[in-house]
Ligand binder design. Structure first.
Ligand SMILES: Nc1nc2c(ncn2[C@@H]2O[C@H](COP(=O)(O)OP(=O)(O)O)[C@@H](O)[C@H]2O)c(=O)[nH]1
Ligand SMILES: [Mg+2]
Length: 421
């Protein structure tokens, strides 16, 4: 009795179809899935595009060279004052394939020289926004191709916005740029040439920048924290987040410190600022966020949120409507009735078709029968006529025999059948 009762219980609870966490009895192998994904992505390589925006001379090119430890940008020739300068923001992109421990990365840096350099900087964000959107466009076009095997991802995954180290607050052009772009790109604000400010100035400047950003409801990229992250990762991400906006110093030169070490940095009469020293600036934290910890996060956020929003907005503007039935809740009874109605309509149609074919066949058969009946009649008449003729002949013969005339007619004589002979 007790056993039955227990059975009843377990059946009832099984009916709720709850996902049950189970311990596997043996090794199945899907724990290896992350390794498979890893191998595959290493083989395919990664694509990452960074955009740098800021007035010229803020150290954008230098910082990119410092970040990737390569000379992506050659030292620029200083333009003579009389030289023709471009009148608008020019957008240039440089790509480089870099490899580290067998992992290939196609890095593209999009530079925007000329931003903020004009007397009238009205809408100088526009060419940059256009560039970002045209990259989305090209991705969308590739997604819509028949063959989607080789999609090149040229979308901008991160935008480093260089803030002039004034120590005051954001300038109107900074606010305008970030307001226009924050829904299209992962914004990462940095304080340029932080070696020109003291530690205290940097701290105050950061607070003012953050409050300006909050005031204008600008969304800057923030590394998400997940439930399943270990404490170390959480601490690391919090540490990174606490440094935003990163106060950076760039240098692609090695200098010698007072204690004789050779470091990447900038040398001043009073000492050396080390780029890779966290005590001196936030360069290391910026690099960590961009490259070591959040590169995939930046790529994912670009794809899943920024691109996705742009894409659905664009498609809606183009008049593409979402079929609402795709999302309709399915009611099993209604679905069954609908299916039955369709089935019945199909049966009725089949029946009508069969009836029609049957009637057609019957009509054909009838016509055929009528025809053969007429033929039979005709034959019957013919045969009757022939018999009639034969009888007449025989009668004639009989009469001649009785009258004593010869049976074989004279050859010279015309036919004996002619009437009146
Ligand atoms: N003080 C200081 N100077 C820098 C820094 N980064 C670059 N520079 C200098 O600023 C000048 C302009 O740098 P560049 O990278 O060409 O600026 P861009 O026009 O924004 O690309 C160069 O002379 C650099 O050596 C920095 O972090 N601190
Ligand atoms: Mg430059």
């Amino acid at each position: 009795m007790a056993d039955n009762y227990a059975d009843g219980q377990s059946n009832a609870s099984a009916g709720l179809s709850k996902a049950v966490r189970r311990k596997l009895l043996a090794f199945v192998g899907f724990a290896n899935l992350p390794n498979q994904v890893h191998r595959k992505s290493v083989r395919k390589g990664f694509q990452f595009t960074i955009m740098v925006v800021g007035e010229s001379g803020l150290g954008k090119s230098t910082l990119i060279n410092t970040l990737f430890n390569t000379t992506l940008y050659a030292p620029k020739e200083v333009l003579a004052p009389s030289a023709e300068r471009p009148k608008t923001v020019a957008i240039q992109s440089i790509s480089a394939d870099i490899e580290e421990n067998g992992v290939r990365l196609r890095l593209t840096v999009v530079d925007t020289p000329g931003f903020g350099d004009f007397v009238n900087n009205h809408e100088s964000w526009k060419p940059i926004l256009d560039n970002i959107e045209s990259r989305f466009d090209s991705y969308l076009e590739q997604e819509n191709r028949v063959n989607r095997q080789k999609i090149v991802d040229n979308r901008v995954h991160a935008c480093l916005y260089f803030i002039q180290p004034t120590g005051h607050s954001l300038k109107p052009i900074d606010v305008e740029f970030m307001r226009q772009l924050h829904t299209k790109v992962n914004l990462i604000p940095v304080i340029a040439k932080a070696d020109t400010l003291t530690d205290e100035e940097i701290l105050k400047f950061k607070q003012r920048i953050l409050s300006d950003i909050a005031h204008h409801q600008i969304h800057i990229f923030q590394a998400p924290i997940y439930d399943n992250d270990d404490e170390e990762t959480i601490a690391e991400n919090e540490e990174i987040a606490s440094k935003i906006p990163f106060a950076v110093v760039g240098s692609d030169r090695e200098v010698r410190t007072a204690d004789g070490r050779s470091v990447r940095g900038r040398s001043y009469p009073w000492g050396v600022i080390e780029v890779d020293n966290e005590e001196h600036c936030d360069f290391v934290k910026l690099r960590q966020m961009l490259i070591r910890t959040n590169m995939e996060e930046l790529r994912e956020h670009t794809n899943d949120v920024l691109y996705e929003n742009w894409r659905s907005e664009k498609l809606i503007n183009m008049g593409v409507v979402q079929d609402p039935s795709v999302f309709k809740e399915i009611n099993p009874a209604a679905k069954l009735a609908e299916e039955r109605a369709i089935h019945e309509a199909k049966l009725a149609k089949m029946e009508a078709e069969m009836k029609m074919v049957f009637q057609q066949k019957v009509a054909e058969k009838e016509a055929k029968l009528k025809q053969s009946e007429e033929e039979l009649y005709a034959r019957h008449r013919e045969m009757k006529d022939a018999l009639e003729k034969q009888r007449a002949e025989l009668e004639d013969k009989k009469r001649r025999i009785e009258s004593g005339r010869p049976l074989t007619p004279d050859k010279k004589k015309p036919s004996r059948f002619l009437p009146g002979r």
